[in-house]
Design a protein around this ligand. Sequence first.
Ligand code: NAD
Length: 332
Amino acid sequence: MIIDTINSPIRVGVLGFGGLGQAAARVLTPKKEMLWVATADKKGFAYDDSGLSPDAAIKSYVQQGSVGHLQPQGVLSDNSIQDLLSHDVEGYFLALPNLPNTFMADVAKTFIASGWQGVLVDALKRTSAMEQILEIQTDLRKAGITYITGCGATPGLLTAAAAIAAQSYAEIHSVKITFGVGIANWEAYRATIREDIAHMPEFDVETARAMSDEEVAALLDKTNGIIALEDMEHADDIMLELAGICDRDRVTVGGVVDTRNKKKPLSTNVQVTGRTFEGKISTHTFTLGDETSMAANVCGPAFGYLKAGVALQRRGLTGLFTAAEIMPQFVR
Ligand code: NAD
């Protein structure tokens, strides 16, 4: 379905106003089909019917610690997500930390309990976190919420690319995702880095969550700012299994994050190996441009899926979908 978003832009909100939330606001600035009207962080929220300004919101967040200080649209609150839900927003990008590992599912339950109807997209990473969202899919459907999960880069853009690449084959042997992320300083993406540390040997989600900023900095000092990960618990596996592409044990995810250098330590790519109907074994490789940042590769797809979710919602389709089964739509 083609939706008329030019005459009536989609009113979107961004929950979480850290690294990805702020980038999301900037991504939306030139868009005509979406209007950024709402945001929330841990200490407050801001809403403006006619659209928020990223510069002003970022200034409040960075200088005063919360978008709740934004004048005149901000409200300080310890229950910012809940408090925002009575406002008129058609879809939200959940750019929230998933710490603890149950946090995103709890946020989804808050939406269900409030009676809010609309579209939600997340950029969840862990398989076990996505399994919790799967458990509430009937509740989401009944509540009138269209929820697309795994809409970042990996899972997200690369998982969807794997689902398309798989079409050349009669059988899929492996899907290998390798990511390279370069960021100038870890504090710009605290949750992302803590969640990555949680994949390191001797760490888990709870130990990483409990680390102070000083402890994270000390750990990164020891590794020269590098986090190298392999065989991660990443929901690309369950998404490709649910999409009928291959069993989850054929999907592997690993990568390198450099927290001291904007340049990517390696090119992010997905390799899909399979057998064609003629019996040939081959590999398709999809590589992201090195100049594209993590923020570009997460926020772009998230809003592409949000637009697709709005098309589903306006057709009356509610419930849970993954980014591997829906084609994102380009937001103009
Ligand atoms: P961040 O730490 O920079 O920011 C988190 C924001 O959430 C902050 O503004 C904080 O105030 C807010 N927040 C925390 N608790 C809250 C609450 N209870 N209510 C309202 N707001 C709250 O985080 P980030 O580095 O931007 O990462 C966000 C998420 O994106 C992480 O979970 C990360 O794993 C995920 N991510 C996914 C991908 C992908 O490709 N799928 C890539 C990168 C990051």
